[in-house]
Design a protein around this ligand. Structure first.
Ligand SMILES: [Zn+2]
Length: 275
């Protein structure tokens, strides 16, 4: 129903002329959705500038302006699924598009498909996931991550085991989830430094003041899952748009034009007051 309304809304209103810096979140991309990713990417390339993590950081600090007034889009991937490496190899690398990958450091260590499926069931949902998982689902291993590093992509941290940070009572555990992820990832390669952290689940209820302060003490940029425009943001709390490939392009275009941003505005203001 929501999608139907948005679809009609977009057909009626179309694109806004407003300047936007938007960040997209992708999760696991099933093989049968690879062509949908390609269609979405082509549509984005037609209407927007896809920027690298480095250009994104210059943009939000006002240091990077492109001549045309197209929307700027950064692509991010959460959790560290093998499908994300395949998508990168197939679609992003040939176009020289650089993305940001938020990894769960212990997920990298899964050594079999069964291991990876158990990890996903136990950790990637707020409650244990009892339904079928995509049979091809696997984690990225160290080799895959080196592939990303060597092709110029950026890695970010997404905790050690993907808990809901707002629910952790033990301070030591909270700190370990936030900091050890960075240490573990930096140990994988001497070529990388981790400055970006995406908090798990991304919604307002999954973060609180003490978790946010700890993140801001250890990372330069904090990525949420709250929708919004990143033009001239003040506290480096990045707004992101989760994208599901089964959603019609018109609905995704509503996100990219900020038509739903009003829903998240107060929540983001609260996060900014916490740090
Ligand atoms: Zn996640």
């Amino acid at each position: 129903m929501k999608n139907l309304i948005l679809k009609h809304f977009y057909k009626l209103i179309g694109d806004t002329q407003k300047d936007h810096i938007r960040v997209l979140i992708f999760h696991d991309i099933e093989k049968e959705n690879f062509n949908k990713f390609e269609i979405l990417l082509n549509s984005i390339l037609k209407n927007c500038n896809v920027i690298s993590p480095e250009e994104f950081k210059m943009s939000i600090n006002g240091k990077y302006r492109k001549k045309n007034d197209k929307k700027k889009i950064l692509i991010t991937f959460d959790d560290g699924y093998k499908s994300q490496k395949k998508i990168t190899e197939k679609y992003l690398n040939p176009l020289n598009i650089k993305a940001l990958f938020f990894l769960v450091s212990e997920f990298v260590n899964c050594t079999s498909k069964e291991d990876a499926h158990n990890f996903v069931r136990n950790n990637f949902y707020k409650e244990k996931y009892m339904y079928n998982l995509d049979n091809n689902l696997e984690n990225m291993n160290i080799e895959d991550i080196n592939f990303l590093i060597n092709s110029g992509h950026t890695l970010g941290a997404h905790t050690k085991t993907h808990p809901q940070l707002s629910k952790i009572k033990n301070k030591k555990e909270l700190i370990s989830q936030i900091i050890d992820c960075k240490k573990n990832l930096e140990d994988l390669s001497n070529k990388i430094k981790i400055n970006d952290f995406a908090y798990t689940f991304g919604d307002f209820d999954s973060i609180n003041k003490s978790a946010l302060s700890c993140i801001s003490e250890n990372y330069t940029y904090i990525y949420s899952g709250l929708r919004g425009n990143n033009l001239d943001i003040k506290k480096n709390i990045v707004r992101r748009d989760a994208v599901n490939l089964w959603e019609p392009l018109e609905v995704i275009n509503c996100y990219l034009n900020g038509y739903l941003d009003f829903v998240y505005k107060r929540k983001i203001n609260t996060l900014e007051k916490w740090i």
